[in-house]
Design a protein around this ligand. Structure first.
Ligand code: PEP
Ligand code: MG
Length: 978
């Protein structure tokens, strides 16, 4: 008995598909949806899909798996039967498209071959069938170019040169103006180009063409841009691409034919209105490639073909046909949405008045549209409220929170004639940056900017990528840029689609832009710019401006507010913000933070008016400690000494006492200056937060970070402290550490220089007292950082408590406060039960915890972690997304041990991970009470926290949610299909 062969080919035709939408992992998004559309009765040209499993096997062995040959042959026979045509036939040839389609949408990254099946015989059959010889030869030359490029890597340029020569010879501007005879000649020249590059004749046997096209599509799974796309979007765990072999339908068979793409709702704004573009007498790739700029489907009912004076279709016929087609699209919109209960992005082609659906998939959308569509669909009863909350990717909504132009600044720019041009508003948001003219330049410039900025301690300047049009090879540069400007292409061009997915601002199809990538210059509306010059883009209006325009933070209203409200209804874990200033605190509140989880007090020290006193404090505190120790030593010694020795020691004691007094005076005067400043900071933050909890962390970084290393500043400081510059330089030097991140910082400072922490605690409690006296509620939490041993916390806690009691007793008011610690040293996590003895709350500092667990310096990871991620040594940068299996174990252990000792221990997380959706989910699963993240990520954390609550409670919804989320695996896009 023979071995049972797996089913590797699935057939579909209108009314009957062997697969369905749920088989995306096997049939790819495109294949699964073609089958699904066929089943729903939508007009799908018949075809078959070869599975992703077959692709994987081919990738491993470079041969077709057993049985694939037979299954393809059998399905091809069926296709010939259903379509009533035969591959390669002289009279009635069947032509097919061979398209890639992975389970996760990777637009344009992999290969496609159209018009397959043409050869010198079949082209005549096609000419006869269509009644148009020119059409036949045009299809044939397109096929040779595509096949040559995809299967044998023949460069497009060589084909394009031939076309240019023929256009010049014929004295015409567009290919569309060439005739049958010219295309026949072009076909001959194309074949020569093919022979030159491929060192073989162009294959005329259709089965051979099919085999090689299938293999090329299989192989395109691993082409560089596809690999890069998967890296950028963190798409992992897929088998490969499926291959769809489908009967060709032609949108370029005259003026009663057209092709287009549609969205069931507006993908930029979410408006519930059919949205799309079409091109008369064109093939699909003309729309996507952005070679001709398409028309909006809104114009379809009024289409009179007046752009085509040569047409044989009358104005009345045109209007009737195009209106009917528009109505048909509206019906399809309804059918798709009720069936898929989500916004769909579909491709259609009308061949001589008959409309076909070529593809549908969950449409990629901007963050704004994602939110509006989810909320609207819940209101329309298409989905549940819970599903709406699950439907929006938390990582994506961060886009909504990004900057826009300052309206006034923009008006000024408009009034002063700085608006250079307008293109299509392809992806919203505003961008200001330096011009880069190639993707490589954009990557290089962005890296250089980062490096320079790091050296200067400044923000890097952003990059705007300016291209004629973008192609999949540009993906890296698009990622490196903040905005993209293209001269050609529509709203569905590569640039537009990819930018929307990435959440980047994009202005597309801006005809006034003339880039010269070789000369590294660009002319915009007649003005010359060179690489590095600054321009600004408004992705919501399509405007391009000269120079920089001010950017402002966004305001969130409407659907966003509603979705967040729904999310909060499901969310069980708190969300706080890391905020150091009243301004940050206000921003955090606006984004829905329920408290401040981390106020880093050292950031307050760098203000110009304070830093000199901070330095004085930092230099005198160690001196006080040093001299006090010497004094202690001498005082012990003096009791044992006698005679001359004794008097010498006594004299030394006098000197040391004087010295100590001097240092102490310097320390105290610095603390006295800083105390009111810190008190004011805290008072303002308490005021803004108005009764919400505020966790204030006592000083953390190593002393030397504050110290002056330049001689000028050292001299100034010496003047202030009544010392010589040399003395100051010596003190600075003595405080320098070899390994400062593991050095004298955090509570180690609190233990050794208690005055600093005491001043800070006093400032916190005096601020709280002042607020309470003004009738403002406060909920202060004092946090002691970098504890590794419970004893460190005991000592610093006791000191802090003494100050608190003193202040409160003096004020005559009792204000509840908490003292807790950060768990950021692995040992603290391992001994969390002991640490919890002295802590009322724990806060996981996962930045340091990651640093110390991995042993990766958090300040130097740039040198190797990106390569680790590229090479798959690390799945993700552990400083961005919590390493759940490693660092996560310490977190989990810390939570368990801490709660064992103190069941009511309040626990949160503070590191950058607090705003990373996957890490937020983890925090909820291990039982944290809240997460804390930067203000801009508060909504992200709120949504992620709501989603994890729903998922853990509702298994059915969770199942659906994970199926929905898998295809967008951490990518910023909400797309699914192939
Ligand atoms: C941490 O270590 O995670 C933390 C929040 O503290 P910092 O980043 O200030 O060291
Ligand atoms: Mg830390």
């Amino acid at each position: 008995m023979g071995k049972e062969v797996k089913k590797m080919v699935y057939f579909f035709q209108q009314g009957a598909g062997e697969g369905g939408a749920e088989m995306r992992w096997l049939l790819g998004g495109k294949g699964a949806n073609l089958a699904e559309m066929a089943n729903v009765g939508l007009p799908v040209p018949p075809g078959f899909t070869i599975t992703t499993e077959a692709c994987r096997e081919y990738q491993t062995t470079q041969t077709w798996p057993e049985g694939l040959e037979e299954q393809i042959a059998e399905n091809l026979r069926k296709l010939e039967e259903v379509s009533g045509r035969k591959l390669g036939d002289k009279q009635n040839p069947l032509l097919v498209s061979v398209r890639s389609g992975a389970a996760v949408s990777m637009p344009g990254m992999m290969d496609t071959v159209l018009n397959l099946g043409l050869n010198d015989d079949a082209v005549r059959g096609l000419a006869e069938q269509s009644g148009d010889a020119r059409f036949g030869w045009d299809c044939y030359r397109r096929f040779i170019q595509m096949f040559g490029n995809v299967a044998m890597n023949v460069p497009h340029r060589d084909f394009d040169d031939i076309l240019t020569r023929h256009r010049e010879k014929a004295g015409v501007k567009y290919d569309a103006q060439l005739g049958a005879e010219q295309f026949r000649e072009i076909v001959e020249s194309f074949k020569e180009v093919y022979v030159k590059h491929a060192a073989e004749e162009f294959p005329v046997e259709p089965m051979e063409q099919l085999r090689r096209a299938i293999n090329a599509v299989f192989g395109s799974w691993d082409n560089p841009q596809a690999v890069r796309y998967r890296q950028i979007h963190e798409i992992k765990g897929l088998e490969g691409t499926a291959v769809n072999v489908q009967t060709m339908v032609f949108g370029n068979m005259g003026h009663r034919s057209f092709t287009g793409v549609g969205f069931t709702r507006n993908p930029a704004t979410g408006e519930n209105k059919l949205y799309g573009e079409y091109l008369v007498n064109a093939q699909g790739e003309d729309v996507v490639a952005g070679i001709r700029t398409p028309k909006s489907v809104d114009e379809m009912p009024g289409e009179d073909l007046s752009e085509f004076p040569e047409t044989k279709v009358s104005v009345e016929d045109a209007r009737e046909l195009y209106s009917a087609m528009y109505e048909r699209l509206l019906e399809i919109k309804e059918k798709l949405e009720t069936h898929y209960s989500d916004m769909q992005d579909f491709e259609f082609t009308t061949q001589q008045g008959t409309l076909y659906m070529l593809q549908t998939r969950t449409g990629k959308r901007t963050a704004e549209a994602a939110v509006k569509i989810a909320v609207d669909m819940a209101r329309e009863g298409l989905i549940e409220e819970k599903a709406a909350v699950l439907r929006v990717d938390p990582a994506q909504i961060e886009q909504l929170l990004h900057k826009q132009f300052d309206e006034k600044d923009k008006e000024k720019a408009e009034a002063s004639g700085r608006e250079l041009a307008r293109g299509l508003p392809a992806s919203p948001g505003a961008a200001v940056g330096k011009i880069a003219l190639t993707a490589d330049d954009a990557e290089r410039m962005a890296a250089a900017e980062k490096e320079q900025a790091a050296e200067a301690g400044a923000e890097p300047e952003d990059i705007i990528l300016v291209r004629l049009e973008t192609s999949p090879e540009d993906i890296g540069g698009m990622d490196a840029a903040v905005g993209i400007l293209t001269a050609r292409g529509g709203m569905t061009s590569h640039a537009a689609v990819v930018a929307r997915g990435m959440g980047k601002c994009c202005v597309a199809g801006c005809g006034a832009v003339r880039p010269d990538e070789h000369g590294k210059t660009v002319t915009i509306a007649g003005r010359d710019y060179k690489e590095g010059d600054v321009i600004s883009l408004d992705g919501a209006t399509g405007q391009v401006f000269d120079g920089a325009i001010g950017l402002v933070d966004p305001h969130l209203t409407g659907a966003f507010g509603e979705l967040m409200e729904w999310a909060d209804g499901y969310r069980k874990m708190g969300v706080r913000a890391n905020a150091d200033t009243p301004r940050d605190a206000r921003q955090a509140l606006e984004f829905g933070a329920e408290g401040i989880g981390l106020c880093r007090t050292e950031h307050m020290f760098f203000e110009e008016t304070r830093i000199a006193y901070v330095r004085q404090m930092m230099l005198s505190a160690p001196e006080v400690r040093r001299v006090a120790a010497l004094l202690d030593e001498r005082e012990v010694a003096v009791s044992r000494a006698g005679g001359e020795d004794r008097s010498k020691i006594e004299q030394r004691i006098e000197e040391l006492r004087a010295e100590l007094k001097g240092h102490r005076a310097l320390l105290e005067s610095a603390l006295e200056k800083l105390l009111p400043e810190q008190r004011r900071d805290f008072e303002q933050i308490f005021e803004v937060m108005n009764g919400l909890p505020v966790t204030i962390r006592l000083l953390d970084p190593p002393l030397h970070e504050f110290l002056p290393h330049e001689s000028g500043i050292q001299a100034e400081l010496a003047g202030q402290m009544g010392m010589t510059a040399q003395q100051v330089a010596g003190m600075v030097k003595s405080l320098t550490e070899l390994n400062p991140m593991l050095g004298h910082r955090g509570c180690r400072l609190g233990v050794t220089y208690p005055d600093i922490y005491n001043m800070q605690v006093r400032a916190i409690m005096e601020a709280a007292l002042a607020c309470v006296k003004k009738g403002i509620e406060v909920d202060p939490e004092i946090m002691i950082p970098l504890v590794g041993a419970a004893e460190e916390l005991r000592v610093t806690r006791e000191a802090a408590e003494r100050v608190c009691q003193e202040v409160l007793a003096g004020g005559g008011v009792d204000i509840p406060y908490k003292i807790g610690t950060m768990i950021e040293v692995p040992r603290a996590a391992l001994t969390a039960d002991e640490v919890a003895e002295y802590a009322e709350f724990f806060s996981f500092g996962t930045n340091d915890l990651t640093q110390m667990t991995y042993g990766f310096s958090r300040d130097d990871v740039g040198t190797f972690v990106p390569e680790y991620v590229d090479r798959g040594i690390l799945a993700r940068d552990p400083f961005q997304s919590l390493d759940q299996s490693g660092v996560g174990q310490l977190v989990e252990m810390g939570v368990k041990l801490g709660r064992k000792r103190r069941p009511d221990l309040k626990i949160g997380i503070r590191g950058e991970h607090g705003g990373d959706p996957e890490s937020v989910r983890f925090c909820y699963r291990v039982g944290m009470d809240y997460v804390s993240c930067s203000p801009f990520r508060v909504p992200v954390a709120r949504l992620a926290a709501a989603q994890v609550s729903i998922e853990l409670e509702d298994e059915v919804v969770a199942e659906l949610a994970s199926a929905r989320r898998r295809p967008i695996i951490a990518s910023a896009a909400a797309g699914t299909g192939g």
